[in-house]
Design a protein around this ligand. Structure first.
Ligand SMILES: NC(=O)c1ccc[n+]([C@@H]2O[C@H](COP(=O)([O-])OP(=O)(O)OC[C@H]3O[C@@H](n4cnc5c(N)ncnc54)[C@H](OP(=O)(O)O)[C@@H]3O)[C@@H](O)[C@H]2O)c1
Length: 315
């Protein structure tokens, strides 16, 4: 049953209160993740910024505190490209439950050469997909300890027209940076939906929700100096793009709604309402290719073999 009829319409400027909850945002120090953290802070929850740079996290927290009086913020050091550090990173959270994690951090390379993580995984697949896959494993006991936790995965519109090559997940045979990036996002989206199926089958209280930010440009994003500085020239130059896409503050809206709206359910996808590219968040049908459970299962098994962990519900 949807509670949409009993809840007031969603207002991106006035999200509901969530005092007592704790949320983790990966890559919360910059870009969309920064705005997810800023907007979640306004709910009264404790927001933990997962960042590979303690200095950038400090700067981001100072910016949020300047805008959200009384914001409850913490930071943990988190490098998704180094799988061996993820368990200690989760231990350093020092919480006994986690109400949501937003899998937001991401790396996108525009040009060759193909790069690898220290563990030998292609950098974008390794960071965006395998990093969050393994992180979920270590977070699952904390998520399961919350009454109704959510794993919110930031997908991408770029994955809509892409397909996985299960025989070449690491783009060893044929590396094209933009395609490899889109496939890494597609892998995250398959994982998100497969995770929800496994959670449901196990009767878990944890839900896994898919979101994507549409098109989100720095040049359309309000300034948050020194986290994000926007010149007048950049603002003027980007004005025509605003017809089609949006800023990163708006790109954050679907994820914030997926964390806070009681009407959101596991297995759903939320995206910007105008062509999936800009605007307020709405629920959208899950793309056809993402419903292929055979691909999702094979990706899960391959990811488990590559990371050595299984993030499914623990028995
Ligand atoms: N912008 C768009 O139009 C768009 C469209 C579709 C999907 N997305 C997705 O939205 C998410 C955020 O994108 P964005 O545009 O905000 O990107 P961004 O401005 O480049 O920010 C990326 C964030 O991820 C962090 N990160 C990168 N590698 C990391 C690692 N190994 N470990 C931990 N954190 C790491 C970055 O940290 P550092 O500051 O240390 O680099 C930064 O905080 C990504 O998942 C992206 O794929 C974006």
């Amino acid at each position: 049953m949807s509670s949409a009829s009993t809840n007031p319409p969603w207002n991106v400027a006035r999200p509901p209160r969530a005092e007592g909850s704790t949320f983790l945002v990966t890559g919360g120090n910059a870009g969309i993740g920064y705005f997810v953290a800023e907007q979640l802070s306004a709910s009264g929850a404790t927001v933990v910024l997962g960042s590979r740079s303690p200095a950038k996290a400090e700067t981001a927290m100072a910016s949020i505190r300047a805008r959200v009086p009384g914001a409850r913020l913490r930071a943990v050091r988190l490098d998704l490209a180094d799988l061996s550090t993820l368990r200690p990173a989760v231990e350093s959270l020092e919480v006994d439950r986690l109400d949501a994690v937003v899998h937001n951090a991401g790396v996108a390379l525009d040009d060759p050469p193909r790069r690898e993580t220290g563990e030998g995984h292609e950098l974008m697949f390794g960071t965006n997909h395998l990093g969050h896959f393994a992180l979920t494993r270590w977070l699952m006991p904390l998520l399961s300890a919350a009454p109704a936790a959510r794993v919110v995965t930031m997908g991408s519109f770029a994955a809509k027209s892409e397909r996985l090559d299960l025989a070449d997940l690491q783009s060893r045979k044929d590396y094209r940076p933009k395609r490899t990036y889109a496939r890494s996002k597609l892998a995250q989206m398959y994982f998100c939906l497969e995770l929800d199926r496994r959670l449901r089958a196990a009767g878990s209280t944890v839900a896994s929700v898919l979101v994507h930010p549409g098109g989100a440009l720095d040049s359309l994003t309000p300034a948050r100096p020194p986290v994000h500085v926007r010149t007048a020239g950049a603002r003027l130059g980007a004005a025509p793009a605003a017809l089609l896409v949006q800023g990163k503050h708006a790109g954050a809206w679907p994820a914030v709604r997926a964390v806070l709206d009681p009407a959101v359910r596991g297995g759903e996808m939320w995206e910007p309402r105008v062509f999936g590219l800009r605007g307020e968040p709405r629920r959208a049908p899950v793309w056809n290719h993402l419903t292929d459970t055979r691909v999702a299962t094979r990706l899960w098994d391959a990811s488990r073999d590559l990371t050595g962990v299984d993030p499914g519900p623990q028995h």
